[in-house]
Design a protein around this ligand. Structure first.
Ligand SMILES: [Fe+2]
Length: 253
């Protein structure tokens, strides 16, 4: 399985001293822009994850209303497709089920890493998929509207909403990719979207980066570009924190 390497950034230099803040922020922003994600490691206990992430935009509430969420296994969710259990998730972008724009960024940081096997967050650059589309396929995915439903785990908590969107949209001159292997309702006869989802899953499975956490590690990605998922895990004590960050429209003069 591929491992995270090309977008890892250490808080510390080779002598074990903190990298000057300005240099760290600048490299961080560059990695995020270039690779679509950054994995910050060697993070000191005193680091303010929430404060740092606020610099990228306002936080978007989760379906349960939290701004800073706790990702811990919830009792009674086994057997249901839900981020709040210990099972694997299939590739998706976050927020496809919202009427409003999905979060521009997602960030997870680690409070308690899982012991034993599994529990990695997995990522794949969705723009690689988009770039492999033929002109007609791309046009189809930009113009056809699909129904995106909420994950089963959230429906089981009484939330029933769904949204209508194309797969590809342009917002403020930037491409927005929505992807859900299992919650985009595939219309009969629409082979373009079915192929796109299947190819996306295949490439995700073969080419993803797997991020294994140590305490304090911060993983931050562009949710309009990257697909993510999670490997199943055994340890019920795994605890991550999560924020979703709104898109910030460019300032007009
Ligand atoms: Fe997710």
């Amino acid at each position: 399985m591929p491992k995270s390497a090309d977008s890892v950034l250490s808080f510390l230099d080779g002598n074990g001293n903190p990298v000057p803040e300005e240099a760290l922020r600048s490299t961080y922003a560059k990695l995020l822009r270039t690779n679509g994600y950054v994995h910050l490691v060697d993070v000191p206990d005193t680091f303010d994850h929430v404060g740092f992430l606020r610099g990228f935009g306002d936080f978007l509430p989760s379906p349960t209303g939290t701004l800073v969420g706790d990702m811990v296994p919830e009792p009674g969710m086994d057997g249901i497709y839900h981020s709040g259990n210990q099972q694997a998730l299939v590739p998706h972008t976050e927020g496809y089920d919202l009427d409003e724009l999905p979060a521009r960024y997602l960030a997870l940081w680690c409070v308690v890493p899982p012991s034993g096997e599994g529990g990695e967050t997995t990522l794949f650059d969705g723009f690689k998929l988009v770039n492999s589309l033929g002109e007609d396929e791309r046009k189809h995915l930009e113009t056809q509207t699909y129904t995106w439903s909420l994950a089963a785990g959230l429906q089981s908590q009484g939330m029933m909403y769904q949204a209508e969107h194309p797969v590809l949209e342009t917002v403020d001159d930037e491409l927005l990719l929505r992807f859900s292997y299992n919650n985009l309702r595939r219309p009969d006869g629409d082979e373009t979207v079915a192929d796109f989802l299947e190819r996306g899953k295949e490439r995700f499975d073969a080419e993803h980066t797997a991020v294994r956490y140590r305490p304090g590690d911060l993983l931050h990605w562009d949710n309009w570009r990257m697909l993510h998922a999670r490997n199943a895990f055994e340890d019920p004590h795994r605890h991550l924190k999560r924020v979703m960050i709104r898109h910030r429209a460019p300032q007009t003069a």
